[in-house]
Design a binder for this molecule. Structure first.
Ligand SMILES: Nc1ncnc2c1ncn2[C@@H]1O[C@H](COP(=O)(O)OP(=O)(O)OP(=O)(O)O)[C@@H](O)[C@H]1O
Ligand SMILES: [Mg+2]
Length: 374
């Protein structure tokens, strides 16, 4: 178990990378409620790492423990190779950017960004040079004399970023920093932040509940639910090889089909549904399957196609058609009453001719049907 976890969390071929933040068996309890429950994670130097999960799953609590605003109830945290237990926030080599713009309203941009450096005794030319550079990094050159009330929300958040980056922390912790911004600005800043992170090379630990945001920005993502890490992987692996039902449902859209395991042959698994259909699926090595046991399999809507050319063929009735521009979503009803969602690209040679009420066959390959773990 331990060995498998380590393998899972190492980026392929880069097992020798330096660890920036390590959480070992970290638990945080409030009364008898475990907000964070036995979390172990390695975050590598220079990585853009996201903690992703629904509201209340323990993301902020995890980040606050790395920052030093909370101490774990059990387990250990190290930053840049140093145990940080009992070390106050300001003595840790980390900085935090919060969702709300924690900048001083009475100070202009320059003085906001300079604040920490001044306290550390930096002055004169060096202070000016470093503050000007940090303002430039976040596209605020020329705004140094403005007060926060003369800045947009996005600009205020850039000030908070500059202030957090100016003293070059080893690790930057960001808790939904774009959460208060409108969608268009958020999308712009997502790309900007990613570029900035690559330029400065600082490890970013980024908290979000928005899966699209995490997929867009991250090298790797830890998906959390109810205080526990469900899976740690790069975006493509999370999408293509979700380990369990929670991850499959949280990352993108998916169809889940349930049945009993009829046979297992290597990674090929035959599953029989209650309606008697036999479905050939793949079980990855970390998923345990036993003949006779109940199993759930996931198939992404875009891996299904009309016709009977795949390994698995489903007969279903078209219930609803939703035109989405680049693709069309078909909501289908299976013979056993189950629902199947099918996406078809609206390519120039699209040939789907289904109408609501039609009986149709849809199919997929066994390699796109994944048996899910618990
Ligand atoms: N100081 C506290 N005392 C008691 N319970 C707390 C405290 N801080 C957090 N919790 C609880 O711990 C759980 C995790 O909270 P946390 O803030 O880490 O969630 P989150 O994943 O950041 O959620 P969101 O996406 O809504 O910000 C929640 O159920 C929350 O109510
Ligand atoms: Mg939070």
């Amino acid at each position: 178990m331990e060995e498998r976890r380590t393998m899972q969390q190492s980026p392929p071929g880069e097992t020798e990378r330096k660890v920036a933040v390590r959480l070992s068996g970290v638990t945080k309890s409030f009364g008898d409620f475990a907000a964070v429950d036995d979390v172990s994670l390695d975050i590598y130097e220079g990585e853009f790492f996201s903690l992703l999960g629904p509201s209340g799953c323990g993301k902020t609590t995890t980040l606050r423990m790395i920052a030093g605003f909370e101490e774990p109830t059990a387990g250990e945290i190290s930053v840049a190779g140093q145990q940080v237990q009992g070390v106050p926030p300001y003595k840790r080599p980390v900085n935090t950017v919060f969702q709300s713009y924690a900048i001083f309203p009475h100070l202009d941009v320059f003085d906001n960004v300079a604040f920490g450096l001044k306290r550390a005794g930096v002055k004169g030319d060096e202070l000016r040079r470093r503050v000007t550079k940090a303002c430039g990094m976040v596209q605020l050159a020329g705004y140094e004399k403005r007060r926060p009330n003369m800045l947009s929300g996005g600009q205020q958040q850039r000030v908070a970023l500059a202030r957090a980056l100016v003293n070059r922390p080893k690790v930057l912790l960001l808790d939904e920093p774009l959460g208060a911004l409108d969608l268009k600005l958020r999308k712009e800043l997502q790309l900007e932040l990613r570029t900035l992170q690559e330029e400065v090379g600082i490890t970013f630990v980024y908290v979000t509940h928005d899966q699209e945001e995490a997929l867009t920005m991250s090298d790797r993502i830890a998906v959390m639910n109810e205080g526990k890490v469900q899976q740690v992987a790069d975006p493509a692996t999370l999408y293509e090889r979700p380990r369990n039902r929670f991850v499959a449902g949280f990352i993108g859209q998916t169809n889940v089909i349930s049945g009993k395991v009829e046979s297992v042959n290597g990674d090929r698994v035959l599953i029989k549904t209650a309606a008697g259909a036999e479905i050939e699926a793949i079980a990855h090595e970390e998923v345990r399957v036993e003949v006779g046991a109940e199993a759930h399999l996931a198939v992404r809507p875009e891996k299904l196609r009309f016709g009977n050319s795949g390994d698995n063929v489903f007969a279903a009735e078209v219930r609803q058609i939703v035109y989405l521009g680049a693709s069309t979503q078909y909501i289908m009803k299976l013979a056993d009453g189950g629902r199947l969602i099918v996406y078809q690209q609206n390519a120039h040679d699209a040939t789907v001719n289904a109408a609501v009420g039609d009986e149709a066959q849809v199919s997929c390959d066994a390699t796109n049907c994944l048996v899910l773990g618990g």
